[in-house]
Design a protein around this ligand. Structure first.
Ligand code: BGC
Length: 478
């Protein structure tokens, strides 16, 4: 019987014949240092390819945000952020000259049926949320004026300027009809118009761009903004001279622009990622098979499903939860990332929290061995996610020679899943061979407010609302 690779302590009291099968799962889900390095090197090439005229798997979308905020931005901006799970609406006030801001916000849970309905339903629902926010907070512009509205739309869009965004494809299992291939701005404008809302969309940005702007605003050492949540992605500032697909634009020699990488699409042609049979199933059962292969291996939307598929397989093979009725566990997407996080946080002797989760969510009563084995599987799945996540960040830093910098990371999984950050940092350490005594040279720092202040900063940059040289016809109302 092959010994388990790590002989984890938590499995020490379980007879070997009950754990031998875990060796196969270790082999599937363990990504050793040389593989991390190989994936990172291929990732660097693919980032470059995305900037070329021919393009590649990774879209490397040009955002038309050409500078970081300088701290002089001022004004009042409304922002809406359509993420994978919630719509967040904020009223942001940027005081000039202070790297500080005030905001009020509200979150609206995206109804499941909206994610697969029609475009019109989606935009009407968003306009309704904004209307109710403005009414509740009594937000009204002076007669005849409009508020600047920044729209964080966290999906891949092609932009010919910052005020538009043509949806390339839905991700995160959204499938709203009539939007792919269209500019989202006029569609949302129609819905806003129907409700007579006094707003004007001045910027469309990605959540990673918002995170980059917001975290760089507070800490200029931040070179990359990233989201690790339902989906996974990153943005950074690129020199335009390194972007062949912008060559014909006649940009200044020293021009820069934020690139929303959309690197969830990395390795869609499956050259280096160590796909397991479970990854293939997740891809096949997804709304858009063959797309976002990297994202499907790491992001919060998929790690719960990964665990579910593994557990169901083991139950069917009679290796786990013997003799129990797993009907509820058979439901697609029945396990979410919170389940994994609760299990890993449970250090109680009897794994009580895990037990409650199994009982409440799936009417299952695992024994102690089941719980320990499950916990080990969870650690394998989330460790792999964190280590593969590190490859994307490492690739951006390596490509840009930013070998010492800060990365602003937002997203529920990164911020709430304990151990995620340290696992990803450890992987960075291995990829770059940092000496043991050295602190993290690339530091993953939690960032917040990308969709509030980040989007507001984008609006201010787009409309020229710096305190000096205000050039926009639409005032960011102060
Ligand atoms: C989207 C990105 C987004 C990421 C995180 C991905 O599915 O394609 O645009 O930044 O999720 O929300």
């Amino acid at each position: 019987m092959p010994p388990l690779r790590y002989r984890p302590e938590m499995l020490a009291d379980i007879p070997e014949e009950r754990t031998y099968f875990l060796k196969q799962y270790e082999d599937w889900f363990t990504v050793e240092t040389p593989e991390l390095k190989k994936i990172t090197d291929h990732f660097v090439k693919e980032l470059d390819k995305g900037l070329s005229k021919e393009g590649g798997n990774i879209p490397m979308n040009v955002t038309w945000i050409t500078a970081f905020p300088n701290g002089c931005e001022e004004g009042r901006v409304l922002t809406i952020d359509m993420g994978g799970t919630n719509l967040r609406v904020c009223d942001v006030y940027l005081p000039a000259g202070r790297r500080d801001f005030e905001q009020t916000q509200r979150k609206y849970k995206l109804p499941e049926e909206i994610k697969t309905g029609s475009g019109e339903q989606l935009w009407d629902w968003i306009a309704d949320c904004l209307k109710s926010f403005m009414e509740d907070k009594r937000i009204e512009p002076p007669e005849g004026e409009k508020f600047s509205l920044a729209f964080t739309f966290s999906f891949p869009v092609y932009q010919s300027d910052i005020k538009c965004g043509v949806l390339q494809r839905w991700t995160k299992n959204f499938n709203v009809t009539g939007v792919e291939g269209h500019d989202v701005v006029p569609q949302l404008e129609v819905a806003l118009g129907k409700k007579h809302l006094p707003v004007e969309i001045v910027a469309v940005i990605n959540d990673t761009t918002g995170t980059l702007l917001a975290s760089h605003y507070r800490d200029p050492h931040v070179k990359v903004g990233s989201i690790f949540s339902t989906g996974c992605n990153a943005a950074y500032m690129e020199d335009c001279k390194n972007i062949p697909k912008l060559q014909e634009q006649g940009l200044a020699e020293d021009a820069t622009v934020i690139i929303n990488t959309e690197y969830g699409a990395f390795d869609n042609d499956r050259k280096v990622l160590p796909l397991t049979p479970f990854d293939r199933r997740i891809d096949q059962q997804s709304v858009q098979p063959g797309t976002q292969i990297y994202e499907k291996m790491v992001a919060g939307l998929y790690i719960g499903e990964m665990l579910r598929l593994v557990l169901v397989t083991l139950c069917e093979e009679g290796k786990l939860l013997q003799g129990q009725d797993i009907t509820r566990l058979r439901r697609e997407n029945a396990v979410d990332a919170t389940f994994l996080s609760i299990a890993e946080l449970d250090i109680s002797e009897g794994l009580q929290d895990m037990r409650v989760e199994f009982e409440e969510n799936f009417s299952l009563s695992p024994n102690m061995h089941d719980l320990k084995i499950c916990r080990y599987l969870i650690s394998l799945i989330s460790k792999r996610a964190a280590r593969l996540y590190a490859c994307g960040i490492a690739a951006i830093c390596k490509k840009n020679n930013a070998l010492k910098c800060h990365v602003g990371v937002d997203g529920a999984v990164f911020n709430k899943y304990s151990g995620f950050k340290s696992r990803a940092s450890q992987a960075l350490r291995e990829i770059f061979d940092w000496p043991a005594e050295e602190l993290d040279l690339i530091a993953l720092n939690p960032s917040e407010d990308g969709s509030g202040v980040g989007a507001a900063l984008a609006a201010a940059l787009a409309t020229g609302c710096e305190s000096k040289g205000r050039s926009s016809k639409i005032a960011c109302l102060v």
